[in-house]
Ligand binder design. Structure first.
Ligand code: BES
Ligand code: ZN
Length: 447
């Protein structure tokens, strides 16, 4: 373990770069400045591009003709930290316990992107050059839908021209198991607001004569699924493609499944769409999730009130060939049709991203799998899809014309997006740096 590397990781993790928080703009910008400094120190030309949102950081080595051009994409923004009380140590004061660093962003995505940067820095120091033409593209809005990155890609299309994109923002099925992810779900965010009386009402004086918006939200949410976990929105499954037989069979053999999901989640029993295994449910089937619900009195004790409004924040995970905008329209029509009397609903569309599916047997896919295999010798490689979303990778294909290799090293117990997010120093961070060096060499060879 290289102490200087670990110190840099801790520094990176101390920036509270929460992209969704308007009050945190300066912290996010500070994090981008720090990255630029690191990339320059590594020997790259780095630039920070201001946007209407958070800055985009781009860095490159000296490009030479005849070599593969590789974009390494990652993000320096992180998810909000609430509920704060459930963290064992403060989210932006990283601590290492038993060789594991705990901090928001440690796995998703600072630890992984820094491992790439350190791998590049080391190769440049040792050899004076890289085997490829490299471009780092690191954004500050991945966790809020990459709004600024799309116009940025269009405006900088020529400078970002590449053969392939490498993204380390996905997971491994288990410690030490090389994992190649060939599909991700898409996402469509929706906010449901239910408006009732003009003002909050005394629930004794008016209760019984008006529809309660909080109850209306509950009733609407209860219409989303049937008892077997099937989404009830008409037409929701219309475009969904069936799973391939080979993947259903391969996923049965993985060292990850119901047992591990039970352990990692702490639920007494799993529940999902009938007729599919938990891996199929989370990797290859679409879902409707409630991410937040609110309205009315949230303080201690009780308050006899009928709130004037209530809300729920939803996301739908999508699989090929569902589309976010069309899904949101189906959801809107359904919720409006189910609206109880006496309230008015508003369905606001949020961010969206299309699902991603690629052929694991492509030439680039094979090269990446060989590199992963080399980094974890003697272990059977896992070919998987995953349930999370990285909306920008479809945009990469559309605007830059390049495929993406998903080479993440997040472990199933990393607690991404949750309290006590963590990254293993030796088994993940150090390993990642080595694996990514091997990968760059591989990509150089396939030019
Ligand atoms: N690293 C994740 C995506 C991910 C998670 C891929 C797990 C594979 C497995 C990424 O940072 C993320 O969390 N994305 C968001 C995107 C959304 C906010 C648009 C997600 O999936 O919720
Ligand atoms: Zn994330």
């Amino acid at each position: 373990m290289n102490q200087a590397h670990v110190d840099q990781l801790l520094e990176f993790l101390r920036f509270p770069s929460i992209s969704t928080d308007p009050a945190g703009k300066a912290d996010v910008a500070g994090c981008a400045d720090w990255l630029v400094g690191k990339l320059r120190a590594a020997g790259l030309k780095a630039k920070e591009h201001a946007t209407a949102g958070h800055p985009i950081v781009v860095a490159r080595n000296e490009h030479r003709p005849g070599r593969n051009t590789v974009v390494i994409y990652g993000h320096y923004d992180v998810q909000p930290v609430e509920p704060l009380a459930e963290w064992e140590s403060a989210p932006f004061e990283p601590v290492i316990r038993n060789e594991v660093v705990f901090a928001r962003g440690s796995t998703d995505n600072k630890g992984q992107i820094l491992a790439h940067i350190l791998g590049v820095a080391e190769t440049l120091r040792a050899k004076g050059d890289l085997p490829v033409n490299l471009i780092f593209l690191i954004e500050g809005e991945e966790e809020i839908g990459s709004k600024q990155l799309e116009p940025f890609l269009a405006a900088h299309k020529d400078e970002l021209k590449c053969d392939v994109i490498a993204v380390s923002d996905t997971g491994m099925v288990a410690k030490g198991v090389p994992t190649f992810t060939y599909g991700l779900r898409g996402v469509a965010a929706v906010e449901l607001r239910v408006h009732g009386p003009a003002i909050d009402l005394h629930s004794g004086i008016y209760g019984g004569a008006v529809m309660n918006p909080a109850l209306a939200v509950a009733r609407l949410l209860a219409t989303l699924h049937d008892a077997k976990g099937c989404v009830q929105v008409p037409g929701f499954y219309d475009e969904v493609q069936p799973l391939h037989d080979w993947e259903r069979a391969a996923w049965q053999e993985l060292p990850y499944g119901e047992k591990e999901i039970l352990e990692n989640t702490g639920v007494p029993q799993l529940f999902g769409e009938a007729g599919f295994t938990p891996l199929e449910q989370t990797w290859a089937r679409p879902t409707a999730e409630v991410n937040g619900i609110g309205g009315g009195f949230q303080g201690e004790g009780s308050k006899t009130v009928i709130p004037r409004e209530a809300f729920a924040k939803l996301t739908f995970r999508l699989v090929p060939n569902q589309r976010p905008a069309e899904t949101i329209e189906k959801v809107r029509a359904y919720l409006e049709s189910q609206c109880p009397p006496g309230v008015r609903i508003e369905v606001r569309a949020g961010h969206g991203g299309e699902p991603y599916l690629t052929d694991p047997q492509s030439a680039q896919g094979h090269a990446a799998q060989r590199a992963l295999q080399r980094a974890f010798p003697g272990q059977k490689l896992a070919l998987i899809r995953e349930g999370g979303s990285i909306p920008i990778i479809n945009t990469f294909k559309r605007i830059l014309g390049a495929d993406t290799l998903l080479l993440g090293l997040a472990l199933p117990d990393c607690r991404a997006h949750a309290p006590n997010e963590n990254f293993r120093v030796q088994e993940s961070f150090v390993m990642a740096r080595r694996a990514y060096c091997a990968l760059l060499n591989r990509m150089g060879e396939t030019a």
